[in-house]
Design a protein around this ligand. Structure first.
Ligand SMILES: Nc1ncnc2c1ncn2[C@@H]1O[C@H](COP(=O)(O)OP(=O)(O)O)[C@@H](O)[C@H]1O
Ligand SMILES: CC(=O)N[C@@H](CCC(=O)OP(=O)(O)O)C(=O)O
Length: 286
């Protein structure tokens, strides 16, 4: 049984945690953080509620969060249900004119609205939009010569005004990674690329990428901090491979000052990374 002194120590520890966060809260007040939300942190209901409560807390202390969500696993499941297998090349899903209907339904319909609903339940006013709204994500075909990739888009321009308007009105924008070409047709955009493009256009203070690994690893060891140049060297040396390569490359291309790669399955990863000296993931900076 805990005695009175032990209970008091725990209460004082909680106060110390709040005090440790104070310089970070002051430094980041009013700053834009773009959060790429995906992986298990989105499919597991407990983690989902926890991550989005953390986002609500960021907003409460004066940070301006912007969410760009993924949904790769959910799209694969929906396509499977309708008898359409998924094919990926370097992490990019082949998407035909017929398939984009399902992709958009899942991303801009189901997932986008569900993220907004969970934020609203956590006292955080949010508005869901897709990259097709207000000309937010302008795209060109990723590879016009391949019919299987007919509706995969590369972002060429971001209309930041749409997001800035929502931020000024104190809403958290929740963006689904569907872009549009000049004719307004829907294009499937990889969520990492969409998040990086949005962060670059908003000149965000931070781009936070939630994934299912602890961060950038060198073998089994977590790299806590690394420059973008050093990250490029690790790619060239084959230390960073697979899905981590496009993730890091689009961050470098976006010109954002600070990128954090975090394990979204770790409880309160965002708060621990942002408000503690030690952090929990990998910070990649210029
Ligand atoms: N050096 C590395 N550090 C961390 N992850 C790495 C590294 N090299 C390769 N990877 C792989 O990259 C994956 C993350 O990319 P990806 O699966 O595309 O993430 P997500 O689905 O969250 O977008 C990890 O699960 C891991 O298998
Ligand atoms: C073109 C392309 O690959 N689009 C992605 C969009 C969703 C996504 O990126 O979701 P995750 O971040 O959860 O993987 C897809 O269709 O899977």
């Amino acid at each position: 049984m805990e005695g009175g002194d032990q209970i008091m120590d725990k209460v004082i520890d909680k106060a110390k945690i709040l005090i440790e966060a104070l310089p970070y809260i002051n430094a980041f007040k009013g700053k834009i953080f773009v959060i790429k939300y995906g992986g298990s942190a989105m499919t597991d209901e407990r983690l989902k509620s926890q991550v989005l409560r953390d986002v609500s807390l960021l907003k409460s202390v004066g940070i301006r969060p912007v969410i760009v969500h993924g949904g790769g696993k959910e799209i694969t499941a929906l396509l499977k249900e309708v008898g359409k297998p998924s094919h990926f090349v370097d992490g990019i899903r082949a998407t035909t004119a017929e398939e984009i209907e399902y992709v958009e339904m899942m991303l801009s319909g189901k997932i986008n609205k569900s993220v907004v609903a969970t934020l609203m339940q956590n006292e955080c006013e949010a508005v869901g939009i897709s990259g097709r709204d207000g000309g937010l994500l302008k795209t060109v075909p990723f590879d016009a010569s391949q019919p299987a990739f007919e509706r995969v888009g590369l972002v060429t321009e971001v209309n930041a005004k749409v997001i800035e308007t929502l931020l000024e009105a104190q809403f958290v924008p929740v963006i689904s990674p569907i872009g549009a070409d000049a004719e307004g047709n829907a294009f499937n955009v990889n969520a990492d690329e969409a998040a990086a493009a949005v962060a670059g256009a908003l000149k965000a203070e931070k781009l936070i990428m939630l994934t299912d690994v602890d961060g950038v690893l060198n073998g089994k060891a977590l790299i806590s901090e690394i420059t973008m140049k050093q990250a490029e060297t690790l790619i060239a040396e084959g230390v960073i491979t697979g899905g981590m390569i496009p993730k890091i490359e689009c961050c470098i291309k976006s010109d954002v000052e600070n990128v954090h790669i975090l394990n979204g399955t770790l409880d309160h990863a965002i708060l621990l990374e942002i408000f503690t000296q030690r952090g929990v993931g990998t910070k990649i900076f210029k």
